[in-house]
Each structure stands twice: as structure tokens, then as C-alpha cells.
Design a protein around this ligand. Sequence first.
Ligand code: GLV
Length: 318
Amino acid sequence: MPKPKIFVTRNIPQPALDRLEEVFDVSVHASGASLGREEFLRAVEDADALLCLLTDSIDKELLDAAPKLKCVSNLAVGYNNIDVRYATQKGIAVCNTPGVLTETTADLAWALLMACARRLVEADKYVRESRFDGWGPLLMLGVDVHGKTLGVIGMGRIGRAVARRAEGFGMRVLWFDPKADPGSMPPEYERTDLENLCLQADFISIHAPLTSDTRHLIGAQQFALMGPKTILVNTARGPIVDETALIKALQEKKIAAAGLDVYEREPEVPAELLALDNAVLLPHIGSASIETRTQMALMAAENAIAVINGQEPPARVN
Ligand code: GLV
């Protein structure tokens, strides 16, 4: 019997491809260039499963172009790139990769937080530009992290892992998440509303999924509540922050700095952001460690394999 077919939209860690080969006839869009839409639509015509990226738009048109499709396996925990409702209507399983990237993404949120607080990128540039001419009492002064207040927006797995790290810095933790169960949270973390979190937190880290409720959750109104020392970190999804309002807040020093791994119209990064010294900008690398990307790819592979074998996949979202 011929093997079922899977289309993989980008090269992924080899162990996951090897695992897929055991079950599927695997076709990979391996070129460095991103996959053109027409090419993508053609590639799924005879696919039984699809392993895709958060940058692939899996909309009605794409799902209709794949009449045999049984599984969309996203190589990401977030799945706002997929029309889950339509996939569900069509009986297509949608899967993601929760859990395996939690700690790695929390590490990166902290790396951004620290980089902003202690001006690491600016300081590195300063040295490279041969401007370092000796220790100075006022040179590159940042702000302390220890003992401050961290505000976490979105207390899912990643938000909690970020909060847990704050304990080591002796920080007070505030959190806002209308969907989280307060009973499951450590009692020393203080639940609050978004307004109060913006008013009180020195550092704000976003870990919510992108939904119609969270789009532009942080905008001009919230920046007005923050102070000139507030540092905002976003490793979740760009559109949760109104980028125009963020740029204005940074330009006018309404907030101190922002550490961003994600952007509103990714991969476009506005020139105004690029021009700012008080923004640390990363290319969406929250889960980008060798270990974690391998785990994610293996999980995405197991998701697709389970669906094709008629079993319950490790992580199905619909
Ligand atoms: C990365 O952004 C993910 O959702 O896994």
C-alpha cells in the first residue's frame, strides 16, 4: 500500500524528518526562500497531512485546496495562523506543540528583560564602535531588576515559567489573565486587572495567545498608565501590542524600553523601531534552541503520525 503523503513547508530538524519518513511519503519545501502561495496550494493538492509553520497562512482557500487533508500540524504552540473553525468543520485535526517550548521561551523573555534593563545591546554597540575609554560613574546606567515588580499578561505555561524565574530575583509578581484559574496560581502571585498591572509593574511581559480579545490589548491607553521606567517585553504575538502606539511611547520616553521578539506585521519591522536605542529587537526566536526546536519538530511529527493512524495525537487543539 502506498504511504500517506505529508507536505512539510520548510526544512525542519532531521530527527523529525526521519520519524516522518517511517510513516509518510514526505515532501519538504527545503529551499531557503519562503513558499509562494501558488506553490503552496499546489503542494497540498494530494497531501494527507501538512506540517506547517506559524508563518504559513492556513485559511479556507488552503484547506479547500487539500481535499485529502486529515491533519494540520503546526510547528508552534500558537495557532492563530490557522482557520481552526473551518478545519474543524472539514473534519481536519489541528495540532500544535505546547509544553516543549515553555522554558526556552521563558528564558528568552528574561533575556530581553535583562537586555533592556541593563542596556546590553546599546553597551555592546558602544564597545564595538571603540567608544569605551574607561569605567565611568555614569556610563550606561540601566535599572535594577531584583526586588522590582513583574507584571505578567497571560498566565499559561509560559507566563508561569516567566513568573517562576522572577522568584530568583526577589520580585513581586502581578498577573492579568481573565481565562486563568486563580486557584491554580501560587498564592504569592497577585492577580490584578490590566489597568493596575500597567500602573504598578516595572517590567511587563506578554504571554497571551493572539485572539480577537487580545489584539491591541496594549495600546495608547495602557502606555499612558505605564511610567517612564516601565519596560515592556513581548515574546508572544506582535498584534497584541498596537505597534504605532508603542513606537510613540518609546519615542516620547513614556516608557523606558521594549524588548520585542515579535512584530505586528511580521517580518516587517518599522523603520521607526529600528531607529530606537531603547528597543531590543529579535527575529522571533523565542523557542529557537537546538534542543527545543528538535523537540517541537518531533512533537509535530508525532501529531501528524497519530492522526494518520487514527490515534489521539499528543496535542490537538480542535
Ligand atoms: C512561537 O511563536 C510559537 O507559537 O511556538
